[in-house]
Design a binder for this molecule. Sequence first.
Ligand SMILES: [Zn+2]
Length: 410
Amino acid sequence: MGSLLLRGGRIDGARLDLAMRDGRIERIGGNLPAAGYEVLDVPDRLVLPGFVETHIHPDKAFIADRTEGLRAGGPTAQTLVAELKKAFTVEDVYRRARRVIELAVRHGCTAMRAHVEIDALVELRAVEALRRLQADVAGILDLRLIAFAQEGIFHDAVTRDLLREALKAGLATLGGCPYMDADQRAHIDWFFDTAEAFGVPLDFHADSADDPAMLTSDYIAEQTVARGMQGRVSVGHLCMLDVLEPAHRARVVERLREAQIHVVSLPATELHVKGRADARRTWRGITRIAELRAAGVNVSISTNNVVNPFTPYGHPDLLRQALITAMAAHLGNLDQLAWLPELITINPARALGLADYGLAEGRRADLVVLDAPDAAQAITEQAEKLYVIKGGRVVARSTRRSELAPGLAG
Ligand SMILES: [Zn+2]
């Protein structure tokens, strides 16, 4: 494996060199010797650890053109996609999911945990496609898979067996969706029982709606502690936090913190899907990101959907998600813009339990170099990803360049 030297990048606010060898960060410091290295000059360009997706659906990406999408009084995104899923073939899923992964890598992603739908409609066809893809992209992306029950588990007699089969086949995380079953607690109990039996972490789509009576994240937190699974449970969406009374919300946030639940906000999807049936107000559905963070909860953001009825303009570019989040969640002051990158780097890495992640000597050399000196400018200008580096090797680079026409540049 080659040796690479990033020359003069911005690392934790200082201008430093970063040397990589054998897939690891070898040294970070000023004026490192270049002999024996391929040198990439990145003067005052922001160097971040590679972006990490914790919640994304490559199996149902790029199907927006197969349906009319959401309209007033029409079917939900779940209903539209459930119908389309019946026709998914292994090849079809593989081709669309591969497109998602290549886009994500080009935009700085070096690790991803993806949901793979398993139910009576698609059976194990998406599992087969994603497992093949996982092997095919191993050199450019750590791809982890969640056996996910988008349609619930109590509507048919096969989904629970198929989920167990997928875990036996090697999928390393189990994913539930309580609001798809009438008895949410029974759903949650089955997932904890099964996760314990297989020794795998859990990831729930939970509290996606705006009716506080449907709240489940407090029960998920309670079960996490009761079963000693602290730090091994993630919850995506959590939109309902936003409609709780402040004192109730504070109690739920405290329980999430105690249970070491990883929260994953999905702003692009919430902005498209939420508040559609309410004639009085258009609730935007983003969870309370700043409050969760201030309370000490590990909170991330993720892409969720890519070009389907849930998010027709979805794109696996986490820098774009950071800008959407800044706009949608009132996170625009200088302090907030400075910490927003945590939501797409170290926080999701913690949620996934990624070993040796981050910008420090000895860690894995998974990096992204942005064409901006700091996070605020990178987010605001949606800076180019100059280099995406995976295991000390350049896996993507920006070749785009625009400039003012001659005579206008001054
Ligand atoms: Zn999702």
